[in-house]
Ligand binder design. Structure first.
Ligand code: DGY
Length: 428
């Protein structure tokens, strides 16, 4: 069996091969540009062997922030016909071209981790990123929660990062696809179609892109009329954790105004997230804000409140119990959907497979909450998946087989982030 040290070197090699100098592609072919939350996680991996490069990844990402504060989900650096939908479909007229939506804001949490690794040395680099992170988080509140509910909305399943999660089915069913012109999917030329979203979902994804393009990505129109306006429990939990980390980091760096603003937004979100609790299903769930209807679907997004800290102990215990129930039904955790549900599909993207970055967030939250054994189990399962199948995009929780893209940057990054200090020393 191949040793952990060899796997460390393979992980470094993947990051180097996917490195395009100042940003990293998630994987060649399937995702050939810069993706937002991928880049943030990738920085955790670079931090292990090349700290300067780790900072540059985030600096590049935030360098193309929109003037209104949004940080786009894709930044189209260069051209690649192998990806669809490209810049023309988005029509954002930004330079470099970008998509018109955002992605889960993990960057502030990761910047805090980079800073805490060697606080004395990175004061200036961390301080320089604070205003961008603050403006991005402010944008979430202004553009995506104009009514002040305490939870922010997403306008596309791609913003959640969990593209085809089952909780989007009901809100997507209301999206009219009549104007969508014929198109050719590229993703299924890189990866088996049974591991990707279905065509019916893709039609709706494109209808949503079209709505944004036709309305010039105008935040006010979007807030009033966008056909998909959903509070994702996962993204809200990630944003809350990011606000807490931004407040702490800004405090450490002596930026009192940013620290206070982030702490205020965090208070607001912490109360808002509790409104997403469903007594019907006994869990945190996403909500269709357009129709004021709870999705009442418990997916891995429902477990992410553990990452931002759940203030009500009985609810935290229930979330942990749900995770433990799921883990009894699979060989490798954590599945992205309830394995006992009829809609569970062990290979189809976000309807079952295990994702290393989700495991990183869950293990981190569980560790902070004192569930050390469960955190260890999740880290151990992730490592076992990589050892047996390699650095895939995601993994079948029943068989352990790799799914989606191979040589995936964020899977390599999480492997490295969890390598013990004795091994890391050999890589730097
Ligand atoms: C895709 O193209 O499948 C991506 O997930 C969008 O970010």
């Amino acid at each position: 069996m191949i040793g952990s040290e060899d796997i460390d070197h393979r992980a470094v090699d993947i990051l180097r091969r996917n490195d395009r100098g100042h940003y990293t592609v998630p994987t060649a072919g399937l995702y050939p540009f810069q993706w937002n939350w991928d880049s943030a996680f990738v920085a955790l991996g670079f931090a292990v062997f090349d700290r300067d490069r780790a900072w540059r990844e985030i600096e590049t990402l935030l360098g193309d922030q929109w003037t209104d504060g949004m940080v786009p989900h894709i930044i189209f650096r260069g051209s690649d016909e192998g990806y669809f939908p490209g810049p023309d479909q988005w029509g954002t007229e930004s330079e470099p071209p970008t998509s018109g939506i955002t992605q889960p804001p993990v960057a502030a949490t990761i910047v805090r981790q980079l800073h805490d690794r060697d606080p004395g040395q990175n004061h200036d680099r961390a301080s320089a990123l604070l205003p961008s992170l603050d403006r991005w988080h402010q944008w979430f509140r202004a553009a995506r929660d104009p009514q002040g509910r305490g939870v922010v909305a997403v306008i596309h399943p791609w913003e959640t990062g969990r593209d085809n999660a089952p909780e989007w089915d009901a809100p997507l069913a209301h999206v009219d696809t009549t104007g969508v012109e014929s198109y050719q999917r590229r993703d299924t030329q890189h990866v088996n179609a049974d591991q990707r979203p279905r065509d019916a979902e893709y039609d709706r994804y494109l209808a949503l892109v079209r709505f944004g393009r036709e309305h010039n990505w105008d935040s006010e129109v979007i807030a009033e009329r966008h056909p998909f306006w959903v509070a994702d429990i996962g993204l809200n939990a990630i944003l809350l954790r990011a606000e807490d980390d931004l407040a702490a980091l800004a405090g450490d760096l002596g930026e009192a105004a940013i620290a206070a603003a982030a702490a205020d937004r965090a208070r607001h979100l912490r109360a808002g997230i509790e409104t997403l609790w469903s007594d019907t299903v006994g869990g945190y769930v996403s909500r269709d804000l357009r129709r004021q209807r709870s999705t009442d679907i418990v997916s891995v997004g429902s477990l992410l409140p553990l990452y931002c800290g759940v203030t009500r102990p009985e609810r935290a215990a229930r979330v942990v119990a749900t995770m433990r129930d799921w883990l009894k039904l699979v060989r490798y955790g954590v599945p992205s959907f309830d394995p006992s549900d009829g809609g569970f599909d062990s290979v189809r993207y976000w309807r079952g497979p295990v994702w290393a970055v989700i495991n990183w967030m869950l293990a981190d939250g569980l560790g902070r909450g004192g569930d050390v054994d469960l955190a260890d189990r999740i880290r151990g399962d992730t490592r076992a998946l990589v050892e047996s199948s390699g650095f895939y995009e995601s993994f079948d929780p029943i068989t352990g087989a790799g799914c989606g893209g191979r040589d995936f940057s964020w899977t390599a990054a999480i492997w490295l982030a969890w390598a013990p200090p004795s091994r890391v020393a050999a890589l730097a």
